[in-house]
Design a protein around this ligand. Structure first.
Ligand SMILES: Cc1cc2nc3c(=O)[nH]c(=O)nc-3n(C[C@H](O)[C@H](O)[C@H](O)COP(=O)(O)OP(=O)(O)OC[C@H]3O[C@@H](n4cnc5c(N)ncnc54)[C@H](O)[C@@H]3O)c2cc1C
Length: 436
């Protein structure tokens, strides 16, 4: 008899945890992801600010799962689900909307940026969600210093060297503090005509305080630390306008050539694929076993799921995705093997942490609230532990030690594609023989 087929969409935190949970299940498992790598998103800001290289935070999914013989990894984009026919539609470079049937489906397709209804901001304020986003932000930041160094008109230096981060959650705070250290230490002696330390770094948010998920005293400590590092923190006002030359906030125009969006996220369109009830943010409302109401064979986990515990939806963080992915895998394993189902899903909250520059972090876990160097050590240890492979743990650890003691960073490359220039009107394209 053919084995049942489990399809997992997404090889992020949730999908990978689900895949590992069914490693001993007598089933054919297919994991589909539109990118070939698992990405450790919490360290994306370190690629954007040149501390780490992309390969230090991203690992090929098929490499991680190479020893799991019951799984096949497919590079493709899922564009829909037919619940009645029990199939997902997958497109890749050669095929459009190929129907792939399943017996069990786990959707772990994550989230994307949300501009809170201002999609016009996206062109001028890119977000930070993928490796490509982080490399593009790094290009933008380093390019601004190069342009300022080459600029004869000192009046333009200010705009070029003003960096604005919109969103003072963990990503905005971590990125702003890493940028502040980049300009005041790493780049300090590299330029002749400009002083990188004169760069202005602004962190803007409509919320009344930074790091809203943390207690007030920790968020106040983080704000003080940011200010000590030279970051201007502007709170309590939403951004009215973002264009190619800067932002407008609370009626004030702030010229800048580098604006980065570190604010909201929106779930993947899994709710639309399934045509099921979603919460206001568009996340699929799941039951206590993270399955979709009326479809016990479909599970939704991580950033794209809405699961309420004690009357509150769980946050969009890696721990929730991993625990839900692992749980969904276990439910399916038990059903296939005839074991009794596990009890309802329950989230074990290990706490929140955010790093604010060199040797300082804030950590909150239930009643424990810690700030300073001890919290930073805990942050570093936990992040290393959750990287996908031992080789990444080692290289990231060595890079952090190196950066900590020397101030130097791993990857300060501006990576642009210099393709052939298109011929201008009236210009002749030289023939091969003419240039040989
Ligand atoms: C910059 C940043 C910093 C963060 N920092 C932290 C932090 O410090 N701590 C923390 O706990 N959380 C943090 N988070 C949140 C955390 O990364 C997410 O909660 C977590 O990744 C969610 O896991 P997931 O499996 O739901 O989605 P993801 O990990 O995003 O994985 C989704 C996967 O699905 C794939 N996919 C999406 N759509 C499709 C499709 N249509 N077809 C095929 N494949 C698809 C994607 O390529 C991706 O591999 C951060 C997020 C960001 C963006």
């Amino acid at each position: 008899m053919a084995q049942p087929r489990i399809i997992i969409v997404g090889g992020g935190f949730g999908g990978l945890a689900a895949a590992k949970a069914v490693r001993k299940t007598p089933a054919e498992v297919i994991l589909i992801d539109r990118s070939n790598h698992h990405l450790f998103q919490p360290l994306l800001y370190q690629v954007a600010t040149s501390v780490l290289t992309p390969a230090q935070i991203a690992t090929p999914i098929r490499g991680i799962l190479r020893k799991q013989k019951n799984i096949t990894v497919i590079l493709g984009e899922v564009t829909g689900v037919d619940k009645e026919r029990k199939c997902v539609f997958v497109s890749n470079a050669d095929h459009e909307r190929v129907a792939v049937p399943y017996d069990y489906l786990i959707l772990a397709s994550g989230a994307t940026h949300s501009y809170f209804g201002h999609n016009e901001f996206e062109e001028f304020a890119p977000g930070l969600k993928s490796v490509a986003d982080a490399v593009s932000a790094r290009n933008k930041i380093l390019q601004a210093f190069e342009q300022a160094e080459a600029e004869e008109d000192p009046g333009r230096h200010r705009d070029l060297l003003t960096f604005i981060l919109v969103g003072a959650g963990p990503t905005g705070v971590e990125m702003a503090s890493a940028l502040a250290i980049l300009v005041r230490t790493t780049l300090k002696s590299d330029f002749r005509r400009i002083d990188p330390a004169s760069a202005r770094i602004l962190l803007v948010d409509m919320a009344p305080r930074v790091l809203p998920p943390f207690s007030e005293d920790l968020s106040e400590a983080a704000k003080r630390r940011l200010e000590k590092l030279g970051v201007e923190v502007r709170l309590g006002h939403s951004v009215d306008r973002i264009d190619a030359d800067g932002i407008t906030v609370a009626g004030e125009r702030i010229p800048s050539k580098t604006v980065i969006w570190t604010a909201g996220v929106a779930p993947s369109p899994a709710g639309k694929w399934l045509k099921v009830e979603t919460d206001r943010a568009g996340r699929v409302r799941v039951q206590e076993d993270v399955s979709v109401p009326g479809h016990p064979e479909i599970f939704v986990v991580g950033d794209t799921a809405s699961f309420e515990e004690n009357g509150k939806p769980l946050p969009g963080v890696a721990q929730v995705a991993m625990q839900q992915g692992r749980y969904a895998g276990r439910v399916i394993h038990n059903r296939i093997t005839g074991a009794p189902p596990p009890g309802p899903f329950s989230y074990f909250d290990k706490g929140n942490m955010a790093v604010v520059g060199k040797g300082f972090a804030v950590l909150q876990s239930h009643k424990i609230r810690v700030k300073g160097f001890g919290a930073w050590l805990a942050w570093a240890g936990i992040h290393l532990q959750f990287l996908a492979t031992s080789s990444l743990r080692l290289t990231v650890f060595l890079q952090w030690v190196w950066t900590y003691f020397t101030g130097q960073r791993g990857s300060r490359l501006i990576v642009n594609h210099h393709g052939p220039q298109p011929a201008k009107a009236g210009e002749e394209i030289p023939s091969k023989s003419a240039v040989a």
